[in-house]
Design a binder for this molecule. Structure first.
Ligand code: FES
Ligand code: FES
Length: 205
């Protein structure tokens, strides 16, 4: 007696090895024909010049590049983090002309002629921490640290505008920055501490 074929085996045989009719021949010819149409080309780039942490920089950017891509990519400033990539978490916060922005939403082309500050630009020339950075460390406002660069930049922008902020102003200023670790209490305390010290020092850091 001949062995029975299983259904799967039979289907494979029919699909893969059956005699090629005119329709199958046309399909195969279409698959094997060279593709016509325009050859794909690389998107155009534009040379953008701006300042980062006080230094002149330039970068060739594509229309779709975000400021975050340029900072973390060609400029190597990886202190700026990418969390959600959608403007929700604030991990990518940098200052553009002194104002906090989400670098994941900011088109790199729009950086032309602007002053960008990242976490790498806050400390002193010998690597000293800024007053806000010090206060974050001392108050336990940094745990895993992923949110910290964005938090610290947002807090820095706040103190530049409001040297003596209320807790509500601090919470408002940091509302776009999410932290999964600290519960925010230590972060608010750190900003308050930095503000008090700065006022006591006559406004200097
Ligand atoms: Fe930009 Fe989350 S990575 S807001
Ligand atoms: Fe971990 Fe804020 S310290 S997310």
């Amino acid at each position: 007696m001949r062995p029975r074929r299983t259904g799967v085996g039979a289907r494979r045989r029919i699909a893969g090895r059956g005699p090629a009719g005119p329709a199958a021949t046309r399909r195969r010819a279409a698959r094997e024909a060279p593709r016509s149409g325009p050859t794909p080309t690389a998107p155009p780039t534009t040379l953008v010049r701006f300042r980062v942490n006080g230094a002149e920089v330039e970068a060739a950017v594509k229309p779709s590049d975000r400021l975050l891509d340029v900072l973390r990519g060609p400029l190597g400033l990886t202190g700026t983090k990418e969390g959600c990539g959608a403007g929700e978490c604030g991990a990518c916060t940098v200052l553009v002309d002194g104002r906090p922005v989400n670098a994941c939403l900011f088109p790199a082309l729009e950086a032309e002629g602007r002053e960008v500050t990242t976490i790498e630009g806050l400390g002193g020339p010998a690597g000293e921490l800024s007053d806000v950075q010090r206060a974050f460390v001392e108050c336990g406002a940094i745990q895993c640290g992923f949110c910290s660069p964005g938090m610290i930049l947002a807090a820095t922008a706040l103190l530049a505008e409001h040297p003596d902020p209320t807790d509500e102003q601090i919470r408002d200023a940091l509302a776009g920055n999410l932290c999964r670790c600290t519960g925010y209490v230590q972060i608010v305390e750190a900003v308050r501490t930095a503000a008090a010290r700065r006022r006591a020092a006559g406004g200097t850091r």
